[in-house]
Design a protein around this ligand. Structure first.
Ligand SMILES: [Mg+2]
Length: 212
């Protein structure tokens, strides 16, 4: 496994090979929301709705009064406080599909905007390899809210899987076959008459037919 986590210039152009699979991490490979909900509840005493956030900005869902407070909770969680971040469970069905992709010889690359902090990167890598095995060609961690477009543009055209609406569009704009996993926070974008440059999927059971 080769890991690039904070040096865009070190990423050769292009990264990966045609038809490789590029995945976001939280909400795609690992189930992030129950962990952050429990952590936030312990800190604030407010229990987030178990149905999940209706927006990618978690401020209302966590029941805090400002975006700064929300970001502080997310940062503390991602940096390992409470110990959950390094042991997040896998999303349903992802391990089998990724292992099948790896067995077929295609590359799998993770692009996560969790943090560039080396400790966070290490936990993220450990978590992924523990869940899926040593199947990743690269794991790239950038800062929260950092734009993924620069990296997506350096990947050879392949398959891009996200749960964040804006990033699914960016993946398509950079020439990838882009898929958006339906989640509570992106449901508001799914209107009958809306046409987007990506395909909506219901998790990995649905996705596997498109990408295996
Ligand atoms: Mg995500």
């Amino acid at each position: 496994m080769s890991i690039h986590y904070n040096n865009l210039n070190a990423v050769s152009r292009p990264l990966g090979a045609p038809d490789d699979v590029y995945v976001d991490c939280d909400g795609v490979v690992v189930d992030y929301l129950p962990g952050i909900a429990e952590f936030s509840h312990k800190l604030t005493g407010v229990r987030p709705d178990p149905k999940g956030p209706s927006d990618f900005q978690f401020t209302d869902w966590l029941g805090v009064t400002s975006d700064e407070e929300m970001m502080n909770i997310v940062r503390r969680f991602n940096e390992g406080e409470g110990g959950h971040f390094a042991r997040l469970p896998a999303m349903t069905g992802v391990v089998d599909v990724l292992r099948a992709i790896h067995a077929s010889g295609r590359g799998i690359h993770v692009l996560s905007s969790c943090s560039r902090h080396p400790k966070v990167v290490e936990m993220r890598c450990e978590n992924l390899v523990t869940l899926c095995g040593d199947i990743f060609s690269s794991i790239i961690c950038i800062d929260m809210h950092e734009d993924k477009s620069d990296y997506l543009s350096r990947f050879a055209p392949g398959i891009w899987v996200e749960d964040k609406f804006e990033n699914a569009i960016k993946g398509a704009q950079q020439g990838h076959r882009s898929f958006l996993i339906r989640s509570p926070h992106n449901r508001k974008f799914e209107k009958k008459d809306a046409r987007y440059p990506f395909t909506w999927v219901d998790g990995w059971q649905d996705l596997r037919e498109h990408i295996l």
